[in-house]
Design a protein around this ligand. Structure first.
Ligand code: OAD
Length: 239
């Protein structure tokens, strides 16, 4: 199916807000994770070097929480959009959860890594991991212990897949940002990058206006489980 409007190429950016109604906490809302934890202690390489046990505990709790969570109607609507869309499609998520793929999304890039993967700091081996991680866990590839870490991007580290993402942003003709506060770069700069390329329609779907809300041509505010399915339906109805 082709949308009525002349959109051939779509890039969607998601943040923690799309998973909020699945029971995963956001970072900067009233009860957000960064109101309870010091970001510099649990989400930086320096924090991990200082206190790896604290960092493992933080991500172990988040991993357990994720294993109990289910994708919601907003994840499902984006999977359906991908299935029906016959042009270029890329879903970029800042989320480390796997709710998009469990809802059926496939053309998906995790720019901040994946909570259900771990990586060895020594040999670089990356593997899927659903258990708690601690200092005694040995790397399945090189056998060393105390060198494994969550395969997530911490502050001060390079986000993943950026070349592909920048290419898609330059050439898309619709860019949709969902459930992100627009406070963390490089994702917070995507809407400006799309506008500089000069051709795309830009849409923000969020509970509250993000930091960069005025840069979006179209803005809809409400819970993701309502406004994302509505948006997808409108896109195909040409409204
Ligand atoms: P934030 O916690 O900064 O922002 C969440 C956004 O979701 C806010 O703008 C809320 O208004 C919105 N929101 C909350 N509930 C919602 C709902 N039910 N429906 C729709 N929107 C809702 O999360 P992010 O912007 O994703 O990075 O944060 C970006 C990055 O900062 C994260 O990837 C993480 C964090 O530190 C790293 O850890 C590297």
């Amino acid at each position: 199916m082709t949308p009525e409007r002349a959109f051939r190429s779509i890039v969607i950016l998601t943040g923690a807000g799309i998973s909020a109604e699945s029971g995963l906490g956001t970072f900067r809302d009233k009860d957000g994770l960064w109101t309870k934890y010091d970001l510099s202690e649990v989400a930086t390489p320096e924090g991990f070097a200082r206190n790896p046990v604290l960092v493992h505990d933080f991500y172990n709790a988040r991993r357990r929480n994720l294993l109990e969570a289910q994708p919601n109607a907003a994840h499902a609507a984006l999977a359906e959009l991908e299935r029906l869309w016959d042009g270029d499609f890329l879903l970029v998520t800042q989320n480390v959860d796997n709710l998009h793929e469990r809802a059926g999304s496939r053309r998906l890039r995790h720019m901040h890594g994946e909570l259900l993967k771990i990586r060895c700091d020594d040999c670089g081996y990356v593997t899927e991991w659903e258990h708690d991680l601690d200092l005694a866990t040995t790397c399945p590839a090189c056998g060393r212990s105390a060198r494994l870490r969550p395969h997530v991007v911490w502050f001060g580290e390079m986000p993943l897949h950026m070349e592909e993402i920048h290419g898609a942003l330059q050439s898309c003709d619709v860019f949709v940002s969902i459930g992100t506060s627009g406070q963390v770069y490089p994702a917070a700069g995507f809407v400006a990058e799309v506008r500089r390329a000069g051709r795309a329609h830009t849409v923000e779907l969020n509970l509250d206006p993000s930091d960069g809300h005025s840069l979006f041509a179209e803005r809809v505010y409400g819970p993701a489980t309502e406004i994302v399915p509505d948006f997808v339906a409108r896109l195909f109805a040409g409204a």
